[in-house]
Design a protein around this ligand. Structure first.
Ligand SMILES: O=C(O)CCCC[C@@H]1SC[C@@H]2NC(=O)N[C@@H]21
Length: 261
């Protein structure tokens, strides 16, 4: 893991307190100079970091940048130990389609619970081979599930369970419960806020399911007024642009631990 990611992990898991450069350096086994460089790299990447002499560094509230360390910091302890240092969370600023990437990873053997997340998709896909408009402002994630961990292998049931998990997560964190319109759409005030696409891969000879990918596309703080005219009147977003009261990392963590069982 790069020094900057190690520093980020430490800052994310100590969001309430300042940590001195010295403590960061000694707990990560890095030099003070390496910490200083890492802090600068994080600032360049958009993280706002408070620095007070004699106290140290602290992430400012309201940073909303997707990161593995940020997601892990919000997971419950059993999930923290599963995901920490595991390489099971892949973050992309721009992906073609997180489902496509997750499917390729599943075929290559990626483990149950592997997550692919992007801020933007250039070839987002929906059900029935429709495209799924996926600009910045959304939260696009796909989770690989392996059949031996699942109670049902019926794709429609998995889609509904996933939708329920997303409704529960949004309600827990944002205080509003979307309505699940079976089988794969979530609505708030009769407008679509999230779509789900479940895909499965089977073994050619036996037809046995080898992997499942659940893909979730949420309009998080999307600028709906800039959506194409055919969907702008039927779509809504959880928050207005830059008005989110939670972070993407928080919502992603909540969804992951409700789906990966
Ligand atoms: O509304 C639908 O028909 C389902 C949309 C599913 C979109 C999500 S976004 C993350 C994942 N990657 C994709 O390409 N599609 C799913």
């Amino acid at each position: 893991m790069a020094s900057k990611d190690k520093v980020l992990e430490l800052l994310e898991s100590n969001k309430e307190t300042y940590i001195s450069g010295e403590v960061i350096a000694s707990s990560l086994g890095l030099s003070r100079n390496a910490i200083w460089k890492a802090i600068n790299e994080l600032r360049k990447a958009g993280y706002e970091i408070d620095a007070i002499s004699n106290k140290g560094y602290k992430l400012k509230e309201g940073n909303d940048i997707l990161s593995e360390a940020g997601i892990i910091s919000y997971l419950d302890s059993s999930y923290k130990s599963k995901y920490k240092g595991s390489n099971l969370i892949r973050i992309y600023d721009v992906a073609n389609s997180t489902n496509r990437i997750a499917k390729e990873m599943a075929i290559a053997g990626a483990a149950h619970g592997t997550v692919v997340i992007a801020n933007e998709q250039t070839e987002g896909r929906g059900r029935k081979d429709h495209s799924f408009y996926s600009p910045k402002g959304g939260l696009y994630l796909s989770i690989i599930l392996r059949p031996e961990f699942l109670k049902t292998l019926l794709p429609d049931e998995i889609t509904i369970q996933t939708g329920t998990a997303v409704c529960d997560s949004i309600e827990a964190l944002a205080g509003v419960r979307p309505t699940l319109k079976p089988i794969n759409d979530l609505f708030i005030n009769d407008k679509k806020i999230c779509g789900i696409l479940t895909e499965a891969g089977t073994e050619f000879e036996t037809g046995d399911i080898q992997w499942i990918v659940v893909g979730i596309g949420i309009n998080y703080d999307s600028d709906i007024s800039a959506f194409p005219s055919d969907i702008k009147n039927i779509a809504t977003s959880l928050f207005s642009p830059n008005q989110a009261t939670i972070t993407r990392n928080q919502l992603a963590a909540e969804i992951i631990q409700k789906i990966v069982v």
